[in-house]
Design a protein around this ligand. Structure first.
Ligand SMILES: C[S@@+](CC[C@H](N)C(=O)[O-])C[C@H]1O[C@@H](n2cnc3c(N)ncnc32)[C@H](O)[C@@H]1O
Length: 207
């Protein structure tokens, strides 16, 4: 989807986003943030931070930069800051395909429920690779094409809403990874019939 189309789709759902999707999305975000075992002082990037449902999950002392292309989503994320350690969170309007950060500044980076929405998502992953220090994790959470019959039934049920939000039920992981140049270390689901996969990759040294 181009940014205008994303804006149109999400302006309809921004008010109900947390109530409808927050519950569905939180378990995988919580899992990833816990597994990263973050320590105070570390800095994490979230591309497509949306309404910031993950922000309260970060441990105290961890610094988070959340970027998104939509003001409407970022406004919701900003409204959450008083409840958390706001000094540690930077929220900025930014296209993940052109990050305004220097190389190797983040310890880890996360892109959750974004790659099937954005145009040319491999460009987002390349940028995440550039700004994440070598050895840091780059984690993708998304639904990807599945042959599991139970997942297919679930997808059919959610299909119409998914399409309105720009998610493509048949979005494939392998071509995305091939175009981004990332090296996948692990791919799994939290539950066998989960729609979403968690993809762990590592930022590698650059010349
Ligand atoms: C389904 S929401 C996911 C939000 C959040 N990560 C979550 O898990 O709740 C997708 C978000 O990706 C953002 N997005 C889409 N394309 C983007 C891009 N190129 N750069 C940054 N954000 C983008 C949208 O504006 C939207 O907020």
């Amino acid at each position: 989807m181009d940014i205008q189309a994303i804006e149109k789709a999400y302006s309809r759902y921004v008010k109900i986003y947390d109530a409808v999707f927050g519950r569905m999305f939180l378990p995988r975000l919580r899992h990833v943030i816990e597994k990263l075992a973050l320590s105070p002082g570390q800095i994490v990037l979230e591309v497509g931070v949306g309404t910031g449902i993950s922000l309260p999950l970060y441990p105290a002392g961890v610094r988070v930069a959340g970027v998104d292309v939509l003001d409407t989503m970022l406004a919701r994320a900003k409204a959450k800051l008083p409840g958390i350690n706001a000094r540690s969170v930077l929220l900025a309007k930014m296209d993940g395909r052109r990050l305004a950060f220097k190389d190797n500044v983040f310890d880890h980076s996360i892109v959750a429920h974004v790659v099937s929405v954005a145009d040319n998502p491999h460009e987002i992953l390349k940028e995440m690779q550039r700004v994440t220090r070598p050895g840091g994790s780059i984690v993708i959470i998304n639904h990807f094409r599945s042959e599991n019959p139970a997942s297919l039934v679930l997808l059919k049920a959610f299909g119409p809403l998914c399409r309105k939000l720009g998610w493509h039920p048949d979005f494939a992981l392998d071509p995305l990874i091939a175009r981004s140049g990332l090296h996948v270390e692990d791919v799994y689901k939290l539950h066998p019939v989960d729609l979403w996969k968690i993809v762990w990759t590592k930022s590698s040294p650059r010349n």
